[in-house]
Design a protein around this ligand. Sequence first.
Ligand code: RB5
Length: 142
Amino acid sequence: MEIIIGSDHAGFELKEACRSFLQSQTHLTVRDAGVFSQDSADYPEIAHQVAGAVSRGEYGKGILICGTGLGMSIVANRYKGVRAALCHNLYTARLSRLHNDANILVMGGRVLGQGIAIEMVELFLDTPFEGGRHLRRLELID
Ligand code: RB5
């Protein structure tokens, strides 16, 4: 699977930890959309890059991290075909896949520790969509 990850400055440290985990997984191809330092950055710029690429089908899944995850999720969900899920724990990460078929995982770098965030990334990548009544509900969104 091809995956794209990005953050602003507030998510930089957590993004680096998640990117390094992703790159250790040999079955994944990972693109880092930045940022590449803790210098102040505008989260919409990175959210547009990542959500745009997922919306165009260039990547199967994306990960976005800002301070709270709020700004990134607001921007990403403006893109057609993007279902960006702001998740705070293992339960929401798992359900974002089972029920919402989320294709972008959004997290808060000022909210989550690295250990749980990496477990959330693993769950997000490994959990299939349940389909059935949830597919009907997704179809109702648009
Ligand atoms: C940056 O200070 C912060 O506002 C941003 O990372 C994000 O949390 C916005 O939603």
